[in-house]
Design a protein around this ligand. Sequence first.
Ligand SMILES: C[S@@+](CC[C@H](N)C(=O)[O-])C[C@H]1O[C@@H](n2cnc3c(N)ncnc32)[C@H](O)[C@@H]1O
Length: 337
Amino acid sequence: MPFPTPKTSLAPVEHVLMESISAQAIIDAVRMNLFDHLSSQPMPAAVLAKAMELKTEPLEAMLDVLVDRHLLTLDGKIYANTEMTEEYLVSASPLYQGKALSLQHGHNELLRKSLPTLLKGGTMEREKTDESWAEADTMDGTLQHALNGQLQMAVAYLKELPEFASFRTMADIGGNHGHYSMELLEHNPDLTSAILDLPNVTAPAMQRCTALGYGDRITCEPFDLRSDELPEEAYDFVFTSHILYGCVDDLENVFRNIHRSLKAGGCFASHHLSREGGASRLYQTSVELITRLMGYKTHFLSGRDLEEPLTAAGFGNFTHTFTGCDGQTLLLVARKL
Ligand SMILES: C[S@@+](CC[C@H](N)C(=O)[O-])C[C@H]1O[C@@H](n2cnc3c(N)ncnc32)[C@H](O)[C@@H]1O
């Protein structure tokens, strides 16, 4: 029997599979500090191969993949970093993303291996995810990810709030690496912060803040937002960045807890991925798949998802902006009424 001639192209599928090769090339190029070698010194593949003690032919093919992915440019035989590569993938850059990318790649790998099991209802152990937040590389990676514009833009917005100069005490729930608190404290010398995070995270978080000179203005206290009560009327400002996804079934109660903890006139700010944000559809659908496989309900909270339970909990006068280089994260400020 003759085989039928295909009517369609398989390219959409084949391309995606080939993109996993690009992903591996990118992550390994970062891990091998390939972009450091090219930083400010464009060069041919053979010279780079010599400097990195690699074989020229396969390296050249890998560099061509990186050119196709817009991480390098090729002029004649000379490869050079693009502006984005210089900004994010050169290890000396203050916005270096190496550990953030490794962290994401590690999550993807884990899920790649267990996707069928997870689809059948198996679960990743949340405890393991919770434990990993205290690891130095995870904290570094989480900070690096925040530095893709989210942290800078969130701080720029919050420091201009009319109430900001009057803040004296804040809580940074799920503060982890502590840099949101530290940056805010830089703009208000009278402000102190309590980083409230899972018990295993508090000691390394405190060490980081102390090492950076904030030991007398920041405390790190064990706290679980799913079960613990916040102290009453303790804070002028409560901040949560990328943590509410763990409590989406119980947002109204979480907000009542935060409302009770605020002094009169206090503010709450949620900083979280949102569908209304500027992340690409591909990024959003992939993050949502990973999130649900990991046993969480969603990684996206829209303004509406937040404002309804916030209103029920006694908040109002909402203002917002989007942060991150793609405007992917909603920063919503709510006032205690
Ligand atoms: C994605 S990280 C966000 C870190 C930081 N806020 C940022 O935006 O870069 C989540 C943090 O929330 C903490 N966390 C997770 N579940 C929590 C809970 N139920 N109560 C308190 N902290 C929690 C984790 O330990 C981790 O430090």
